[in-house]
Design a protein. Structure first.
Lengths: 576, 272
C-alpha cells in the first residue's frame, strides 16, 4: 500500500514570535516589531513577509512538512528581513523601471544584503540555502531564480552564460554600496530582456519563499513610502498594494481611537473631579537641564481618592494564577528559610559558639571572669524593608497587549496583585500608589494601599478600580512617592516603578526634559536614602531607562504576557 | 594533629609560572602605578571577563604572593582576620588569610566582595586608608601592614540586588579598573590561546559571544563570558563537534527558557 504523504503541519507566528525576537536581537542587535498579517489576495502558499516602517509583517500561519521546517521558514524570513533593515539603507527610484528590471534589481539587492550578513555570520547560508530550489529552465523567470541561487551558493554549478555574467558582475561589485544593486540589476535586466522570453514575473516564481516582497525598496519621487509601495506593487504586477495602506490605516486608526478615548475619559474624570471634595495640592520643583537648575514649585500634584472597584477581581486574579501563586509560596518559603543568620555570643541557644567558648576558657585560665554568653543559635533575618510600588497609569496602559486578551493595565494590575500577595505573605511593609499627569498643573496621585493600612478588601477594591488615563510625569511622582518612604524606619527603602514608556506630558515637547528631570528625581531620592528601581515594559526602553535609573536599577521585561509571573519573582530576587 | 609540611605558610601563595594574560588596554601600567603607591584597587566587570586572571598575572609580575578569598554571605570577620583555636596546652591564635597577607606583604584579593555582609567588609577599612593597620581586638594586637601589602577587591556592577551593594564609605577607598569584554581580535586571541582551538574556531566562538551579549537585559541576565567561550573552544579542540560543544558549554548553562534556548541555538548555527 502506498504511503500517504505526511499532512502539512501549521505553526503560527505567535508560537515562535518570542524566540524570533531573541534571535533577531542576538544576531542583529535590533528587535523589529513582528506583525502577523496576511496578504489579502494571495493564496496560502504565496504569503510573503513584508517590511514597513521598520516592522516586519509575516504570515500569521506557516504550513510545512514538519514543525521544524515551518519554524525554520519563519527564522529564515526574519533573518532575511533583518538583513534588509540592517543593510538596505537607500530607497530606489521607481520611475522608468520595467517589471523585469524591478525583479532583477530586487533579486540583486536580496543577494547583496544576504552576502553582507553572511560575511559576518557564515552559518546563515545553511539557513537560507534549502529554500532555493530551481529548475533548469531558461525563461527570464527561471534564469532569475537560478541567479538568486547561484549568488548565494558559490558551490552551485550552473554554467549558463547569463548566470556566469551575473556572478562576474556581482563579484566585482563593492557590496557595501547599495547603488550596486541598481547598476548590476539594471544591466542584467537589459541583457535578459534581449535574450530570454518573459513569461511570468510573479515574485513566487523568482524568489524563494523566505524572501520578502521587496516593496519597501522602492520609492516614487513625489509620494511617501505608502504610495511608493502601491505604485511599485502595480508596476510589478503583484497585487500587494493594499498592504502598505492597511498598515498605515491601522496605525492611524489606533491614534484616532486613542485620542477619542482620551478626550471622553478626560471629560468623565473632570466631571468626577468636580463632584469631589477639594484636594490639598503639593508643590514640587522640577529639574530643567537647560537652565541647569530646578524650576521652583513648578509642578502641582493632587492626591485623588482612587475609584473603588470590585475586590473580587483581585481575588480572582490569585485564583486564575493559582499555579504562579503556588510557585510563589514555595519561593517565599525559600526566601524566608534560606537566610538564617547565625547569632553568636548568645545567652541562650542550641549550640556552643566555639569562638566564645575559647574566649571564656582563656579568661578562666587567666583568672578573669568569663563572658557567660557562649551559645549560638540560628535566627531568620528580619527583612527590614519598606517598598512602595508605583504604577504608571497613563493612557498608553490601555493599549492591548498583542497576543493576549487584556490591556497593559490589566496585566499590571494582575502583576501588582501577585506581588502584593507575596509581600503580604513575607510580612514586608509595602504601599501601592499610582500616578498620571495632565500638564505640570495637574499631576494626579492615587494611594491604593498605604504602609500602615492592612492589605484588606478595601485596598484590593481600590486596586481593582484603577484605570489608565493622561500622561506620565515621572519625576514629580517619584518625588512624591519618596516623601512617603523617607518617614519610614527601615534599612532599605525602595520605590519599584512599573511603567510602559518614557516620561512624557502634554506641555513638554523636548523629550530630554522629562527624562533628565526623572533622572534628577532618582538622584535626589538616592541621596535621601531611597532606592528607585524601574521595571519597564517598553522594548525600546534601553535608550532612556538606564539614564534615568542607572545601569543596575532597571529591567526591561521582554514578554508582557508573562509580567504577572515575572514581577513577583523579580521582586524576590531583588530583595533577597 | 600533623601540621602541613610547609615551612612558610606564605610561600604556597607565590605564583611560580607566568599566568597567561592578554592586556586589553593600559591596565597593567595603571595597576603597577597603583601598586607602587599601594593604592587599594577595585576590579569591576561581569563574571568570566578575566578579573581574577589579571590579579594572578599582576601578582606574578610583581613577585608578590596572592591570597585569594572568595566572599560569601555567611563570612564573618573572624574568617578574614583569624581566631583562637584549642590545642593541648590551651589555645593558640590562628591568623586568618587577611592577617597573613597583611603581616607578610602579600596581595590580598577579595573576590565578589558584595557577597559578604556589609558589617564584615568594614574590617578592611583601617587597612585601606593612610593608617594601613589591622586591629585584632581579640588578641589586643594592632598589626601594621607590611610595606608590600595591597588589597584588591572584585565586584560585578551588573549584579542586580537592592540589598547588596558596596557602601560609599567602602567604595571611596579604592581606585577602580573597569573590565569589559575584550575587543573582538583580543578576545579571539584569548579564546584561541586558552582553549587550544584553531583561530578560525575561536573567531566564530567570539562572534557567538558578542551576539549573545545583545540579549543582556532582554531575556538574559548576562551574555556569554569569555570563560564560557574558552570552555566551548576546549571541547572543540578535544574533537567534540562544534554544535554539540556550543550546546554544552554555551547554550545550556546560560538559560532554561526554551524560547531563549532556540534563539541561542540559532545564533550558534549562524556561525557553525
Amino acid at each position: 500500500m502506498a504511503e500517504l504523504p505526511p499532512a502539512p503541519v501549521a505553526v503560527s507566528l505567535s508560537e515562535v514570535e518570542r524566540g524570533l525576537r531573541f534571535y533577531l536581537r542576538a544576531l542583529f542587535a535590533r528587535e523589529p516589531q513582528l506583525i502577523a498579517g496576511r496578504v489579502p489576495q494571495a493564496a496560502q502558499g504565496e504569503q510573503r513577509a513584508s517590511i514597513a516602517a521598520g516592522a516586519i509583517r509575516m504570515p500569521p500561519l506557516q504550513e510545512a512538512g514538519s514543525q521544524a521546517q515551518a519554524a525554520a521558514l519563519y527564522r529564515a524570513m526574519a533573518a532575511h528581513a533583518s538583513a534588509h533593515l540592517a543593510y538596505s539603507r537607500t530607497k530606489f527610484d521607481l520611475r522608468g523601471r520595467t517589471p523585469l528590471a524591478m525583479a532583477a534589481i530586487g533579486a540583486i539587492e536580496d543577494a547583496r544584503v544576504e552576502q553582507l550578513a553572511m560575511a559576518e555570520m557564515p552559518g546563515l547560508r545553511a539557513l537560507w540555502l534549502p529554500f532555493h530550489v530551481t529548475a533548469p529552465t531558461s525563461t527570464a523567470t527561471g534564469l532569475l531564480a537560478r541567479m538568486a541561487r547561484a549568488l548565494i551558493d558559490p558551490a552551485c554549478a550552473d554554467d549558463h552564460p547569463f548566470i556566469a555574467r551575473a556572478r562576474l558582475l556581482f563579484s566585482r561589485a563593492r557590496l557595501d554600496d547599495p547603488r550596486v544593486s541598481l547598476e548590476v540589476g539594471a544591466a542584467l535586466a537589459r541583457e535578459l530582456a534581449a535574450a530570454a522570453p518573459q513569461l511570468d514575473l510573479r515574485l513566487e516564481a523568482i524568489e524563494p519563499a523566505y524572501r520578502d516582497d521587496n516593496l519597501f525598496l522602492w520609492q516614487t519621487p513625489d509620494g511617501g513610502e505608502g504610495e511608493g509601495r502601491e505604485a511599485a506593487a502595480n508596476a510589478a504586477n503583484v497585487s500587494l498594494g493594499e498592504l502598505g495602506e492597511a498598515v498605515d490605516l491601522e496605525l492611524e486608526g489606533a491614534h484616532g481611537e486613542d485620542a477619542r478615548a482620551q478626550s471622553a475619559e478626560r471629560a468623565a474624570a473632570a466631571a468626577e473631579a468636580a463632584a469631589e471634595m477639594p484636594v490639598q495640592p503639593y508643590l514640587y520643583d522640577e529639574w530643567d537641564y537647560i537652565i541647569g537648575g530646578p524650576r521652583r514649585q513648578w509642578c502641582t500634584l493632587f492626591e485623588k481618592p482612587p475609584a473603588r472597584g470590585e475586590a473580587g477581581v483581585i481575588d480572582a486574579v490569585l485564583e486564575r494564577n493559582d499555579d504562579t501563586v503556588r510557585r510563589l509560596t514555595s519561593l517565599i518559603k525559600a526566601v524566608q528559610i534560606q537566610r538564617p543568620r547565625r547569632l553568636k555570643r548568645q545567652l541562650e541557644g542550641d549550640r556552643l559558639d566555639l569562638d566564645a567558648c575559647i574566649a571564656a576558657t582563656l579568661d578562666l585560665r587567666a583568672g578573669r571572669t568569663p563572658d557567660p554568653r557562649v551559645l549560638q543559635r540560628l535566627a531568620r533575618t528580619s527583612r527590614d524593608l519598606a517598598v512602595l510600588v508605583l504604577l504608571d497609569l497613563s493612557q498608553s496602559t490601555n493599549d492591548w497587549v498583542p497576543g493576549a486578551s487584556s490591556s497593559v493595565l490589566d496585566l499590571a494590575r494582575e502583576a501588582t496583585a501577585l506581588v502584593a500577595h507575596a509581600m503580604h505573605d513575607l510580612g514586608d511593609r509595602f504601599a501601592i500608589h499610582g500616578f498620571d499627569s495632565n500638564g505640570r498643573h495637574e499631576v494626579e496621585y492615587y494611594r491604593f494601599k498605604d504602609f500602615d493600612e492592612p492589605y484588606d478588601e478595601m485596598a484590593r477594591a481600590r486596586l481593582a478600580g484603577m484605570r489608565g488615563q493622561l500622561s506620565t510625569r515621572m519625576g514629580c511622582a517619584l518625588r512624591h512617592a519618596g516623601h512617603f518612604l523617607r518617614g519610614r524606619r527601615a534599612s532599605h527603602r525602595l520605590i519599584m516603578l512599573l511603567t510602559d514608556g518614557e516620561p512624557h506630558d502634554i506641555d513638554v515637547h523636548d523629550k530630554q526634559y522629562l527624562v533628565l528631570d526623572a533622572k534628577h528625581a532618582v538622584e535626589e531620592q538616592r541621596r535621601l536614602g531611597v532606592t528607585s528601581y524601574c521595571i519597564s515594559l517598553d522594548p525600546g526602553a534601553d535608550k532612556y531607562v538606564s539614564r534615568i535609573f542607572g545601569a543596575r536599577n532597571y529591567m526591561v521585561l521582554d514578554q508582557l504576557r508573562r509580567l504577572p509571573e515575572k514581577l513577583p519573582a523579580l521582586y524576590l530576587r531583588l530583595t533577597s | 594533629m600533623d601540621r602541613l609540611p610547609v615551612e612558610d605558610p606564605i610561600a604556597q601563595y607565590l605564583i611560580a609560572e607566568e599566568p597567561y594574560y592578554r592586556p586589553t588596554g593600559d591596565e597593567i601600567a595603571l595597576y603597577e602605578a597603583a601598586y607602587a603607591v599601594r593604592m587599594p584597587m577595585m576590579l569591576k566587570g561581569p563574571t568570566g571577563c578575566g578579573k581574577t586572571r589579571f590579579v594572578e598575572y599582576m601578582a606574578w609580575r610583581l613577585q608578590r604572593p596572592l591570597v585569594t578569598i572568595a566572599c560569601h554571605e555567611d563570612m564573618s570577620a573572624a574568617d578574614l582576620v583569624g581566631r583562637h583555636l584549642l590545642d593541648a596546652s590551651g589555645t593558640h591564635w590562628q591568623d586568618g588569610p587577611l592577617t597573613l597577607a597583611v603581616r607578610r606583604g602579600a596581595i590580598c584579593y577579595l573576590d565578589e566582595v558584595v557577597e559578604a555582609r556589609q558589617d564584615t567588609t568594614v574590617v578592611i577599612h583601617p587597612l585601606t586608608d593612610a593608617r594601613r593597620v589591622l586591629p585584632l581586638e581579640k588578641r589586643g594586637e594592632l598589626v601594621h601592614a607590611h610595606p608590600d601589602f595591597q588589597l584588591v577587591i572584585s565586584y560585578n556592577p551588573g549584579y542586580q540586588n537592592i540589598m547588596k551593594d558596596l557602601k560609599q564609605s567602602t567604595r571611596q577607598r579604592f581606585g577602580a579598573l573597569d573590565f569589559g569584554w575584550p575587543a573582538r581580535e583580543v578576545e579571539t586571541e584569548i579564546v584561541a590561546h586558552e582553549s587550544g582551538a584553531a583561530l578560525d574556531v575561536a573567531q566564530r566562538l567570539v562572534s557567538i559571544g558578542e551576539k549573545s551579549r545583545n540579549l543582556k537585559g532582554h531575556g538574559l541576565e548576562e551574555g556569554m563570558s569569555t570563560r564560557m567561550l574558552v570552555y566551548a573552544g576546549q571541547l572543540i579542540a578535544r574533537g567534540v563537534p562544534a554544535a554539540a560543544a556550543c550546546e554544552v558549554a554555551l547554550v545550556r548553562p546560560l538559560t532554561d527558557d526554551p524560547d531563549m534556548r532556540d534563539a541561542l541555538e540559532g545564533t550558534v548555527k549562524a556561525f557553525f
